[in-house]
Design a protein around this ligand. Structure first.
Ligand SMILES: N[C@@H](CCC(=O)N[C@@H](CS)C(=O)NCC(=O)O)C(=O)O
Length: 219
């Protein structure tokens, strides 16, 4: 399956873009990429050319059907609607709500607190030390992962997926967040269910090909 009009604005280290890459790979969709280097001094997310694409100045953004879609969850649900196989949400309304709740715990409650611009604001205008910034980062990972560990323990069918026995959006959200938690040296020992699920998911080709190290220009 391929749609030559799809273009993903991405950066190898962005966990929100990592989510979109996983979804595109699961669906087997070919797409073009545009690299948006978030690192200072480039900070391409703030350049006028990128603000014209996504005025929020955040990645990912997906160019599809002649328009731009921002927000990874909007992108992924769009892909799921237009390319329904394999489905990324379960069949019943209550199960879909439970899966979305786990994805949103990452998207709304963990990631925004630890995003680059938040950490830079702590470092810059608020004058916090690198130790304080790391403490902040670890605190919000622990607060979020504690709840997700309990949710996944109750919802995972076989310890391979966050919900039931097949891939859902919740899996697409946990892997990049776990990747970042490890990169920032958070203690992930207290989350054996999440660790087991991620260890399985990371072996799947769609996830492996989306990993930061697998992206052109990573490093
Ligand atoms: N809720 C957004 C979050 C997007 C986001 O925060 N992306 C980060 C990279 S992971 C970004 O562009 N950060 C740029 C910055 O903080 O300046 C989504 O799910 O797409």
């Amino acid at each position: 399956m391929s749609d030559p009009t799809l273009k993903l604005f991405t950066f190898f280290r962005s966990s929100a873009a990592y989510r979109a890459r996983i979804a595109l790979n699961i669906k087997g969709i070919a797409y073009e990429t545009v690299n948006v280097d978030l690192r200072a001094p480039t900070s391409a997310q703030h350049a006028p050319e990128y603000r014209a694409v996504n005025p929020q100045g955040l990645i990912p953004a997906l160019l599809a059907e002649g328009t731009t879609i921002a927000q990874s969850l909007a992108i992924i649900e769009y892909l799921d609607e237009v390319y329904p196989q394999p489905p990324l949400l379960p069949g019943s309304a209550v199960d879909r709500a439970r899966v979305r709740a786990m994805a949103l715990a990452v998207a709304c409650d963990i990631h925004p607190l630890n995003n680059l611009r938040v950490l830079n604001y702590l470092r810059g205008p608020l004058g916090q030390t690198e130790d304080a910034v790391n403490t902040w980062y670890h605190h919000w990972i622990a607060a979020g992962f504690g709840g997700l560990e309990a949710q996944a323990r109750g919802a995972s069918g076989d310890g391979h997926y966050m919900f039931g026995k097949s891939l859902t959006i919740a899996d697409i959200y946990i892997v990049p967040q776990m990747y970042n938690a490890r990169r920032l040296k958070c203690d992930v020992e207290p989350y054996p269910t999440l660790r087991g699920i991620c260890a399985h998911l990371e072996t799947l080709p769609a996830f492996a090909a989306a990993a930061p190290e697998a992206q052109p220009g990573a490093g």
